[in-house]
Design a protein around this ligand. Structure first.
Ligand code: TXA
Ligand code: MG
Length: 341
């Protein structure tokens, strides 16, 4: 494939409108275009065109059994692409969409098997990012999109990250700057009762439970060996090219873990919370992550930090582990997957 077109948005409305029309024309012709959402960059294709959808899997090197999220530009379209919306899903559609929430529902016959990987269900999401909404609306078709990274790599939060992984493998990327949230959407299966939290993400599970009651929390360890409720939940994921080492979230423990690993490996990276002191060493690369407890900032800088440390050639990345609640749970989940052997 020829080199990837970089479509840069400037904020000037006439220019940006032309850029989005150009991107939409590529989608209608069956091409693949990366675009920003409020979570991470997605790699989009016309969800109703099976051949275009196959190109997403080829570009990412993603296995065919892992289904894609279909992106819509307004919440009411959920009813057009699902054959059955249970009553328990309605408060979520009304209150949490647009936003970083994906619902797994029974699919409408309009959704090709290539999108749902042969499952009877489909994952639907309405992104809250104005560029994503305008791109979907201008394309005039729902957009199937996984995160715009090579399979198994950390999700991209900038157009540069997308090009690091996919330059020459996709038609275009819409460059709308860094994505604000930095972790992917929360995925809830509403075909089960109670609904199942398949992936913690940008919408805290507690927020969802306040609206619809207890969620079934799928536990990775308990289900080892069982069929996975979400194909993409295989634990090996989001892995940078360095070993990720997690430690208890205390400044002294981080310092001690770093000292221990400096004796073992040549070059060590650290995701360092603001103000946590570390002894200097020429073997050490430090990414100043953000204030511990400011989960929004830590989420938005997580994947950029992992990618930067990896580009510095470190052999291991030491990182304190966030707690299992609120937005911190999404960061914790991504780190645990990155660290799984
Ligand atoms: O924030 C996000 O969700 C981003 C942006 C681009 O929208 N997208 C994203 O897509 O993270 P992806 O493909 O990297 O992750 C989608 C997850 C996978 O774990 C996949 O297995 C699961 O959703 N999924 C998709 N369809 C499903 C279905 N029908 N049943 C169960 N899980 C499904
Ligand atoms: Mg992904």
């Amino acid at each position: 494939m020829a080199s990837t077109l970089r479509l840069i948005l400037t904020g000037e409305s006439e220019h940006d409108r032309r850029i989005l029309q150009q991107a939409a024309a590529i989608i209608r012709a069956g091409g693949v275009v990366a675009f920003p959402t409020e979570t991470v960059y997605g790699l989009g294709a016309d969800a109703l065109n099976p051949q275009a959808v196959r190109r997403i899997f080829e570009a990412k090197g993603r296995p065919q059994w892992d289904p894609l999220i279909v992106h819509l530009y307004r919440p009411e379209d959920v009813y057009s692409f699902s054959s059955e919306v249970p009553a328990i899903a309605e408060p979520l559609i009304r209150n949490m969409m647009p936003g970083p929430l994906t619902l797994v529902l029974m699919k409408s016959p309009l959704i090709p098997n290539e999108v749902s990987a042969g499952l009877p269900t489909v994952a639907l999401r309405v992104p809250a990012h104005p560029v994503a909404q305008a791109f979907i609306a201008t394309s005039g078709t729902p957009i199937a999109a996984p995160s715009a990274n090579r399979f198994g790599r950390p999700s991209p939060t900038t157009a540069e990250h997308v090009l690091q992984d996919l330059e020459g493998r996709i038609d275009a990327v819409i460059d709308g700057g860094a994505t604000p949230m930095g972790v992917e959407s929360t995925v809830i299966d509403v075909t089960t009762y109670p609904p199942t939290l398949l992936r913690p993400g940008g919408t805290p599970a507690e927020t969802i439970e306040a609206l619809i009651g207890r969620l079934h929390r799928y536990r990775r360890s308990a289900a080892e060996g069982e069929a996975l409720p979400s194909p993409g939940l295989s634990s090996k994921h989001y892995a940078p090219n360095a070993k990720v080492v997690l430690c208890e979230a205390k400044p002294n423990t981080l310092q001690a873990t770093v000292q221990e690993w400096l004796r073992r490996e040549h070059a060590i990276g650290v995701m360092r919370p603001l103000g946590w002191q570390l002894l200097e060493s020429p073997q050490l690369r430090v990414y100043t992550w953000g204030e511990w407890g400011d989960w929004q900032t830590l989420a938005s800088r997580l994947f950029a930090g992992l990618r930067w440390l990896e580009s510095e050639g470190v052999e291991a990345i030491i990182c304190p582990l966030p707690p299992a609640e609120g937005l911190a749970l999404a960061i914790r989940d991504r780190l645990q997957r990155a660290a799984s052997p």
